[in-house]
Design a protein around this ligand. Sequence first.
Ligand code: SIN
Ligand code: MN
Length: 214
Amino acid sequence: MKIRLNSGVSTGKPAPTLRVRGFDVYKDLLSPESQMALVVDLRGVIQQAPLFSPMTPYGRPMRVRMTSAGRYGWYSDRSGYRYERVHPGGQPWPAIPPRILALWHSVTGLDRAPDCCLVNFYDAEARMGMHQDKDEADFSYPVVSISLGDDGLFRIGNATRGGKTESLWLQSGDVVVMGGDARLTHHGVDRIKPGTSTLLRQGGRINLTLRVVD
Ligand code: SIN
Ligand code: MN
């Protein structure tokens, strides 16, 4: 079942295509029109809250560029990883676009809205090391990930660091729900396959993660 976000009508909770280590993967959930509508929404977000390259707590700039929408945005510098109320430019984060909220409610079945939509932009060289999403107050809420643009090789590990992992390619329009017993499972992105999507004019991959923060 494809979700058509353009209509503004929630189509009910879809069934996942596959389940990998407790992550629900919805392949090709978003129609090309819905993907393009999200890109237009995100251009508006980035105009108000430009992408930036945060510094890791270890003093290295992250290769992934990011920004956020919502009551909180994700941020990192020498003092650590955390949520902030304002963009590093000092302005509040823009509101989460309604189409993105509709997608969250549809795949989670929750009434509660997310507090943060983290926007990660991967160029051809960008990757994201294995990590847990654990800066939120209540892990009973899932994290929802939406992929747009070039394919990304997503790796799923374990609740603890190390051990065997499984990888799958995430394509434009795929959605992953990381929740339940898998909420704290390690995951990362090993590489991007440039030129695999025409959605983004300049190429690259956008990943959105929606989280309840407090
Ligand atoms: C993340 O874990 O924050 C991003 C995952 C992805 O890019 O698919
Ligand atoms: Mn993550």
